[in-house]
Design a protein around this ligand. Structure first.
Ligand SMILES: NC(=O)c1ccc[n+]([C@@H]2O[C@H](COP(=O)([O-])OP(=O)(O)OC[C@H]3O[C@@H](n4cnc5c(N)ncnc54)[C@H](OP(=O)(O)O)[C@@H]3O)[C@@H](O)[C@H]2O)c1
Length: 314
Protein backbone atom coordinates (compact mmCIF):
# COMPACT_ATOMS: atom_id res chain seq x y z
CA UNK A 1 0.00 0.00 0.00
CA UNK A 2 1.62 3.25 -1.07
CA UNK A 3 -1.01 5.92 -0.49
CA UNK A 4 -1.74 7.05 3.07
CA UNK A 5 -5.07 6.34 4.70
CA UNK A 6 -7.20 9.45 4.58
CA UNK A 7 -10.91 8.57 4.56
CA UNK A 8 -11.89 6.58 7.65
CA UNK A 9 -15.35 5.27 8.44
CA UNK A 10 -16.18 4.24 12.01
CA UNK A 11 -19.02 1.85 12.81
CA UNK A 12 -20.19 1.94 16.44
CA UNK A 13 -19.20 5.55 17.11
CA UNK A 14 -21.67 5.93 19.99
CA UNK A 15 -20.31 2.96 21.91
CA UNK A 16 -17.99 2.62 24.89
CA UNK A 17 -14.91 2.24 22.72
CA UNK A 18 -16.33 3.89 19.58
CA UNK A 19 -16.92 7.27 21.25
CA UNK A 20 -13.29 7.40 22.43
CA UNK A 21 -12.05 6.18 19.04
CA UNK A 22 -14.03 8.87 17.28
CA UNK A 23 -12.53 11.62 19.43
CA UNK A 24 -9.00 10.29 18.80
CA UNK A 25 -9.52 10.00 15.03
CA UNK A 26 -10.77 13.58 14.86
CA UNK A 27 -8.01 14.86 17.14
CA UNK A 28 -5.35 13.17 15.00
CA UNK A 29 -6.24 15.81 12.43
CA UNK A 30 -5.06 13.74 9.47
CA UNK A 31 -8.21 11.78 8.55
CA UNK A 32 -11.56 12.58 6.94
CA UNK A 33 -13.73 10.78 9.46
CA UNK A 34 -17.29 9.61 8.92
CA UNK A 35 -19.66 7.50 10.98
CA UNK A 36 -21.74 4.63 9.66
CA UNK A 37 -24.97 4.28 11.59
CA UNK A 38 -28.12 2.20 11.30
CA UNK A 39 -31.28 4.13 10.41
CA UNK A 40 -32.88 2.70 13.58
CA UNK A 41 -30.18 4.12 15.85
CA UNK A 42 -31.70 5.96 18.78
CA UNK A 43 -28.58 6.45 20.83
CA UNK A 44 -27.66 10.00 21.70
CA UNK A 45 -24.33 10.99 20.28
CA UNK A 46 -21.78 13.40 21.68
CA UNK A 47 -20.16 13.53 18.24
CA UNK A 48 -20.04 16.88 16.49
CA UNK A 49 -22.88 17.26 13.96
CA UNK A 50 -20.20 18.32 11.45
CA UNK A 51 -18.97 14.70 11.19
CA UNK A 52 -20.62 13.12 8.13
CA UNK A 53 -23.02 10.28 8.87
CA UNK A 54 -23.63 7.43 6.49
CA UNK A 55 -27.04 6.02 7.32
CA UNK A 56 -27.83 2.44 6.30
CA UNK A 57 -30.70 0.05 6.90
CA UNK A 58 -30.38 -2.00 10.09
CA UNK A 59 -29.78 -5.36 8.43
CA UNK A 60 -26.41 -4.17 7.04
CA UNK A 61 -26.92 -5.84 3.66
CA UNK A 62 -23.74 -6.32 1.63
CA UNK A 63 -24.95 -4.46 -1.50
CA UNK A 64 -26.11 -1.42 0.43
CA UNK A 65 -22.94 -1.36 2.52
CA UNK A 66 -20.75 -1.73 -0.57
CA UNK A 67 -22.30 1.38 -2.07
CA UNK A 68 -22.18 3.22 1.25
CA UNK A 69 -18.48 2.51 1.80
CA UNK A 70 -17.26 3.39 -1.70
CA UNK A 71 -14.30 5.75 -1.51
CA UNK A 72 -13.38 4.92 2.09
CA UNK A 73 -9.74 4.01 2.71
CA UNK A 74 -10.37 2.37 6.08
CA UNK A 75 -13.30 0.94 8.01
CA UNK A 76 -13.22 0.36 11.78
CA UNK A 77 -15.77 -2.01 13.33
CA UNK A 78 -16.29 -0.99 16.98
CA UNK A 79 -19.57 -2.67 17.80
CA UNK A 80 -20.38 -5.94 19.57
CA UNK A 81 -20.32 -9.22 17.68
CA UNK A 82 -23.92 -10.04 18.62
CA UNK A 83 -25.55 -13.17 17.24
CA UNK A 84 -25.83 -12.39 13.52
CA UNK A 85 -23.23 -12.16 10.78
CA UNK A 86 -23.19 -8.35 10.40
CA UNK A 87 -19.44 -8.27 10.92
CA UNK A 88 -18.84 -10.79 8.14
CA UNK A 89 -21.05 -8.73 5.83
CA UNK A 90 -19.17 -5.56 6.77
CA UNK A 91 -15.84 -7.24 5.86
CA UNK A 92 -17.27 -8.45 2.55
CA UNK A 93 -18.75 -5.06 1.68
CA UNK A 94 -15.48 -3.33 2.60
CA UNK A 95 -13.61 -5.62 0.23
CA UNK A 96 -16.08 -5.01 -2.64
CA UNK A 97 -16.05 -1.26 -1.96
CA UNK A 98 -12.26 -1.14 -2.39
CA UNK A 99 -11.51 -0.34 1.27
CA UNK A 100 -7.75 -0.66 1.85
CA UNK A 101 -7.66 -1.36 5.61
CA UNK A 102 -10.26 -3.06 7.76
CA UNK A 103 -9.97 -3.05 11.56
CA UNK A 104 -12.31 -5.75 12.88
CA UNK A 105 -14.13 -5.59 16.22
CA UNK A 106 -11.44 -7.57 17.95
CA UNK A 107 -10.14 -5.38 20.79
CA UNK A 108 -10.14 -8.53 22.92
CA UNK A 109 -9.63 -9.10 26.61
CA UNK A 110 -7.93 -12.23 25.38
CA UNK A 111 -6.73 -13.45 22.02
CA UNK A 112 -9.77 -14.95 20.33
CA UNK A 113 -7.61 -17.55 18.59
CA UNK A 114 -6.16 -19.01 21.81
CA UNK A 115 -7.30 -22.44 22.98
CA UNK A 116 -9.25 -21.40 26.11
CA UNK A 117 -11.26 -18.58 24.52
CA UNK A 118 -12.10 -20.89 21.60
CA UNK A 119 -13.17 -23.61 24.00
CA UNK A 120 -15.28 -21.49 26.33
CA UNK A 121 -17.06 -18.83 24.29
CA UNK A 122 -18.88 -18.63 20.94
CA UNK A 123 -18.00 -14.90 21.02
CA UNK A 124 -14.35 -15.73 20.37
CA UNK A 125 -15.20 -18.29 17.73
CA UNK A 126 -17.16 -15.58 15.92
CA UNK A 127 -14.25 -13.13 16.25
CA UNK A 128 -11.96 -15.75 14.71
CA UNK A 129 -14.36 -16.25 11.81
CA UNK A 130 -14.19 -12.51 11.10
CA UNK A 131 -10.38 -12.59 11.18
CA UNK A 132 -10.36 -15.56 8.82
CA UNK A 133 -12.71 -13.74 6.45
CA UNK A 134 -10.33 -10.76 6.51
CA UNK A 135 -7.40 -13.06 5.70
CA UNK A 136 -9.31 -14.65 2.84
CA UNK A 137 -10.19 -11.32 1.20
CA UNK A 138 -6.65 -10.01 1.68
CA UNK A 139 -5.27 -13.14 -0.01
CA UNK A 140 -7.38 -12.80 -3.16
CA UNK A 141 -5.24 -12.19 -6.26
CA UNK A 142 -4.84 -8.46 -6.88
CA UNK A 143 -6.68 -7.57 -3.64
CA UNK A 144 -6.10 -4.07 -2.24
CA UNK A 145 -7.84 -5.13 0.96
CA UNK A 146 -5.72 -5.41 4.12
CA UNK A 147 -6.60 -5.75 7.80
CA UNK A 148 -5.20 -5.19 11.28
CA UNK A 149 -6.65 -6.78 14.42
CA UNK A 150 -5.83 -5.12 17.74
CA UNK A 151 -5.80 -7.23 20.89
CA UNK A 152 -5.68 -4.96 23.92
CA UNK A 153 -6.53 -6.99 27.01
CA UNK A 154 -9.27 -5.87 29.37
CA UNK A 155 -10.63 -2.36 28.89
CA UNK A 156 -8.85 -1.34 32.11
CA UNK A 157 -10.35 2.01 33.15
CA UNK A 158 -13.85 1.12 31.98
CA UNK A 159 -13.63 -2.41 33.42
CA UNK A 160 -12.24 -1.31 36.79
CA UNK A 161 -14.88 1.36 37.22
CA UNK A 162 -17.78 -0.88 36.22
CA UNK A 163 -16.84 -4.00 38.20
CA UNK A 164 -15.88 -6.07 35.15
CA UNK A 165 -12.43 -6.67 36.66
CA UNK A 166 -14.15 -7.88 39.85
CA UNK A 167 -12.89 -5.07 42.09
CA UNK A 168 -16.12 -3.94 43.75
CA UNK A 169 -15.97 -0.31 44.84
CA UNK A 170 -19.24 -0.47 46.78
CA UNK A 171 -18.06 -3.21 49.14
CA UNK A 172 -14.28 -2.65 48.70
CA UNK A 173 -13.95 -6.31 47.83
CA UNK A 174 -11.55 -7.86 45.32
CA UNK A 175 -11.95 -11.28 43.76
CA UNK A 176 -8.39 -12.58 43.35
CA UNK A 177 -7.69 -15.55 41.07
CA UNK A 178 -5.20 -18.26 42.04
CA UNK A 179 -3.30 -15.97 44.41
CA UNK A 180 -3.27 -12.96 42.04
CA UNK A 181 0.30 -13.28 40.74
CA UNK A 182 -0.39 -13.69 37.00
CA UNK A 183 0.50 -10.73 34.79
CA UNK A 184 -2.11 -9.63 32.28
CA UNK A 185 -1.98 -6.87 29.70
CA UNK A 186 -4.81 -4.34 29.88
CA UNK A 187 -5.49 -1.05 28.11
CA UNK A 188 -7.27 2.19 28.85
CA UNK A 189 -9.81 3.22 26.22
CA UNK A 190 -7.57 6.14 25.25
CA UNK A 191 -4.64 3.72 24.71
CA UNK A 192 -6.73 1.56 22.35
CA UNK A 193 -7.84 4.65 20.45
CA UNK A 194 -4.25 5.91 20.24
CA UNK A 195 -3.10 2.50 18.97
CA UNK A 196 -5.85 2.44 16.34
CA UNK A 197 -4.85 5.88 15.07
CA UNK A 198 -1.21 4.77 14.85
CA UNK A 199 -2.13 1.63 12.94
CA UNK A 200 -3.84 3.81 10.34
CA UNK A 201 -0.84 6.13 10.24
CA UNK A 202 1.52 3.15 9.64
CA UNK A 203 -0.37 1.15 7.01
CA UNK A 204 2.67 -0.69 5.60
CA UNK A 205 4.05 -1.96 8.91
CA UNK A 206 0.68 -2.99 10.30
CA UNK A 207 -0.74 -4.70 7.22
CA UNK A 208 -2.47 -8.09 7.63
CA UNK A 209 -1.38 -8.55 11.22
CA UNK A 210 -2.75 -9.29 14.65
CA UNK A 211 -1.12 -6.73 16.95
CA UNK A 212 -1.05 -6.70 20.75
CA UNK A 213 -1.02 -3.47 22.77
CA UNK A 214 -1.35 -2.52 26.42
CA UNK A 215 -1.29 0.31 28.91
CA UNK A 216 0.51 -2.02 31.34
CA UNK A 217 0.55 -5.67 32.43
CA UNK A 218 0.03 -5.73 36.20
CA UNK A 219 -0.86 -8.64 38.45
CA UNK A 220 -4.20 -8.51 40.25
CA UNK A 221 -2.29 -7.95 43.51
CA UNK A 222 -0.57 -4.89 41.99
CA UNK A 223 -3.93 -3.47 40.93
CA UNK A 224 -5.25 -4.09 44.45
CA UNK A 225 -2.24 -2.34 45.99
CA UNK A 226 -2.72 0.67 43.68
CA UNK A 227 -6.41 0.82 44.59
CA UNK A 228 -5.74 0.62 48.31
CA UNK A 229 -3.11 3.37 48.01
CA UNK A 230 -5.41 5.63 45.97
CA UNK A 231 -8.33 5.11 48.38
CA UNK A 232 -6.27 5.09 51.58
CA UNK A 233 -8.01 1.97 52.90
CA UNK A 234 -7.66 -1.80 52.90
CA UNK A 235 -9.92 -3.91 50.70
CA UNK A 236 -11.35 -7.33 51.51
CA UNK A 237 -9.88 -10.10 49.38
CA UNK A 238 -11.82 -13.15 48.23
CA UNK A 239 -9.49 -15.82 46.90
CA UNK A 240 -10.93 -17.75 43.96
CA UNK A 241 -9.82 -20.94 42.26
CA UNK A 242 -9.97 -20.13 38.56
CA UNK A 243 -10.64 -23.67 37.32
CA UNK A 244 -13.64 -24.18 39.60
CA UNK A 245 -14.85 -20.66 38.77
CA UNK A 246 -14.63 -21.28 35.01
CA UNK A 247 -16.46 -24.57 35.27
CA UNK A 248 -19.23 -22.95 37.29
CA UNK A 249 -19.51 -20.15 34.71
CA UNK A 250 -19.55 -22.69 31.88
CA UNK A 251 -22.59 -24.37 33.48
CA UNK A 252 -24.30 -20.99 33.82
CA UNK A 253 -23.89 -20.50 30.06
CA UNK A 254 -26.57 -23.18 29.65
CA UNK A 255 -29.16 -21.15 31.59
CA UNK A 256 -32.49 -20.18 29.99
CA UNK A 257 -32.16 -16.78 31.63
CA UNK A 258 -30.51 -14.37 29.16
CA UNK A 259 -29.23 -12.12 31.92
CA UNK A 260 -27.60 -15.09 33.69
CA UNK A 261 -25.89 -16.10 30.43
CA UNK A 262 -24.58 -12.56 29.97
CA UNK A 263 -23.11 -12.60 33.48
CA UNK A 264 -21.55 -16.02 32.83
CA UNK A 265 -19.94 -14.69 29.61
CA UNK A 266 -18.58 -11.67 31.49
CA UNK A 267 -17.24 -13.93 34.25
CA UNK A 268 -15.42 -16.14 31.73
CA UNK A 269 -13.99 -13.10 29.93
CA UNK A 270 -12.85 -11.74 33.32
CA UNK A 271 -10.89 -14.92 34.08
CA UNK A 272 -9.37 -15.39 30.62
CA UNK A 273 -8.36 -11.73 30.45
CA UNK A 274 -6.71 -11.99 33.87
CA UNK A 275 -4.86 -15.28 33.38
CA UNK A 276 -4.26 -15.75 29.65
CA UNK A 277 -3.33 -12.29 28.46
CA UNK A 278 0.27 -11.24 28.96
CA UNK A 279 1.02 -9.76 25.53
CA UNK A 280 4.59 -8.77 26.36
CA UNK A 281 5.68 -12.29 25.45
CA UNK A 282 3.79 -12.50 22.15
CA UNK A 283 4.95 -12.19 18.61
CA UNK A 284 3.12 -9.11 17.42
CA UNK A 285 3.56 -7.15 20.66
CA UNK A 286 3.41 -3.81 18.91
CA UNK A 287 4.24 -1.12 21.45
CA UNK A 288 7.54 -0.25 19.80
CA UNK A 289 6.14 -0.56 16.27
CA UNK A 290 3.37 1.89 17.17
CA UNK A 291 5.66 4.20 19.18
CA UNK A 292 3.75 3.61 22.42
CA UNK A 293 4.97 3.37 26.00
CA UNK A 294 3.31 1.90 29.07
CA UNK A 295 1.10 4.15 31.15
CA UNK A 296 1.59 4.30 34.94
CA UNK A 297 -0.81 1.94 36.70
CA UNK A 298 -0.99 4.19 39.78
CA UNK A 299 -1.96 7.24 37.69
CA UNK A 300 -4.75 5.41 35.88
CA UNK A 301 -6.08 3.86 39.11
CA UNK A 302 -6.09 7.32 40.71
CA UNK A 303 -8.11 8.65 37.75
CA UNK A 304 -10.63 5.83 38.12
CA UNK A 305 -10.91 6.39 41.88
CA UNK A 306 -11.39 10.15 41.31
CA UNK A 307 -14.18 9.40 38.80
CA UNK A 308 -15.78 6.99 41.28
CA UNK A 309 -15.68 9.58 44.07
CA UNK A 310 -17.04 12.35 41.84
CA UNK A 311 -19.92 10.12 40.82
CA UNK A 312 -20.60 9.02 44.42
CA UNK A 313 -20.93 12.70 45.46
CA UNK A 314 -23.55 13.48 42.82
N1 LIG B 1 -11.32 -5.89 25.94
C1 LIG B 1 -12.41 -5.61 26.63
O1 LIG B 1 -12.41 -5.55 27.88
C2 LIG B 1 -13.69 -5.31 25.90
C3 LIG B 1 -14.82 -4.88 26.62
C4 LIG B 1 -15.97 -4.57 25.90
C5 LIG B 1 -15.98 -4.69 24.51
N2 LIG B 1 -14.87 -5.12 23.86
C6 LIG B 1 -14.84 -5.19 22.39
O2 LIG B 1 -14.78 -3.85 21.90
C7 LIG B 1 -15.57 -3.70 20.72
C8 LIG B 1 -16.60 -2.58 20.93
O3 LIG B 1 -17.40 -2.93 22.04
P1 LIG B 1 -18.17 -1.82 22.90
O4 LIG B 1 -18.53 -2.45 24.20
O5 LIG B 1 -17.42 -0.53 22.88
O6 LIG B 1 -19.48 -1.69 22.04
P2 LIG B 1 -20.84 -0.95 22.46
O7 LIG B 1 -20.59 0.13 23.43
O8 LIG B 1 -21.88 -1.96 22.83
O9 LIG B 1 -21.21 -0.36 21.01
C9 LIG B 1 -22.38 0.30 20.79
C10 LIG B 1 -22.26 0.99 19.43
O10 LIG B 1 -22.33 -0.02 18.42
C11 LIG B 1 -23.39 0.29 17.52
N3 LIG B 1 -23.99 -0.96 17.07
C12 LIG B 1 -24.48 -1.95 17.85
N4 LIG B 1 -24.91 -2.96 17.07
C13 LIG B 1 -24.69 -2.58 15.79
C14 LIG B 1 -24.95 -3.18 14.53
N5 LIG B 1 -25.50 -4.38 14.43
N6 LIG B 1 -24.60 -2.50 13.43
C15 LIG B 1 -24.02 -1.28 13.51
N7 LIG B 1 -23.76 -0.65 14.67
C16 LIG B 1 -24.10 -1.30 15.79
C17 LIG B 1 -24.34 1.15 18.34
O11 LIG B 1 -25.05 1.91 17.42
P3 LIG B 1 -26.36 2.76 17.77
O12 LIG B 1 -25.94 4.16 17.53
O13 LIG B 1 -27.34 2.27 16.81
O14 LIG B 1 -26.75 2.48 19.18
C18 LIG B 1 -23.35 1.96 19.18
O15 LIG B 1 -22.81 3.03 18.42
C19 LIG B 1 -16.15 -5.09 20.44
O16 LIG B 1 -15.27 -5.74 19.58
C20 LIG B 1 -16.10 -5.79 21.78
O17 LIG B 1 -15.96 -7.19 21.67
C21 LIG B 1 -13.73 -5.42 24.52
Amino acid sequence: MTSPIKKVCLVGANGTLGSVLLAALVQANCFDVSILQRSTSSSTSSASPSIPRIIVSPDLAVDELTTALAGQDAVIAAFPLGQGDQHLRLVEASFHAGVKRFIPADFGSCDAADALPQEYLPLYRRKTLVRERCEAFAARPGSAFTWTALVCGHFFDHGLRHGLLHFDFATRTAQILDGGHARASASTLRRIAEATVRVLQRPEQTSNRRLYVQSFNPTQLEILAALEKAMGEKWTVRQVDSKAYLEDARKRLESDDEEAVLVAVEDIVFVLGALDADWTKRDGFAMELLGLEDERLEDVVEEVVAAYRAEAQR
